[in-house]
Design a protein around this ligand. Structure first.
Ligand SMILES: [Zn+2]
Ligand SMILES: [Zn+2]
Length: 103
C-alpha cells in the first residue's frame, strides 16, 4: 500500500504536492503543513491525538520501473478539518505534553 499523498494541509488548506518537504503526516495519514503542526497543533493530530513525521517525497522520475508519481499518482481529494478551531486548540493543550510513548 502506498501513501495516499493527500493534496492539502487540513488546517490552512495550502497545497502539499508529492514533492513537498513541508508536508507532515500522522500514522493515519492525517496531513498538515509543518507550520500548522509546529504552531497551531503543537505536534498533536487533531483527529487522533498522535504526533507527526515528515512525509517522504514521491519521486518524480521513474528511477525504478513502475514506481514514480506518474505511476502512483497522489490523491486529489482535499481534506478539511472535522473539529472547530477552539476544540482543536483545547485538544492540543490537553495532549501536547504527553510523551509519544504514553499517548
Ligand atoms: Zn497548514
Ligand atoms: Zn491523526
Amino acid at each position: 500500500m502506498a501513501l495516499e499523498l493527500r493534496p492539502n494541509c487540513e488546517y490552512c488548506d495550502r497545497d502539499l504536492p508529492p514533492g513537498s518537504t513541508v508536508a507532515r503526516i500522522c500514522s493515519y495519514e492525517c496531513t498538515f503543513c509543518a507550520e500548522c503542526v509546529d504552531g497551531k497543533l503543537r505536534n498533536v493530530c487533531p483527529n487522533c491525538g498522535g504526533g507527526f513525521a515528515p512525509r517522504p517525497i514521491r519521486p518524480q522520475r521513474e528511477w525504478r520501473a513502475g514506481v514514480s508519481v506518474d505511476k502512483q499518482p497522489p490523491s486529489t481529494k482535499r481534506v478539511h478539518l472535522s473539529y472547530s478551531l477552539d476544540d482543536i486548540a483545547a485538544h492540543a493543550m490537553r495532549i501536547k505534553d504527553v510523551a509519544p510513548e504514553d499517548r
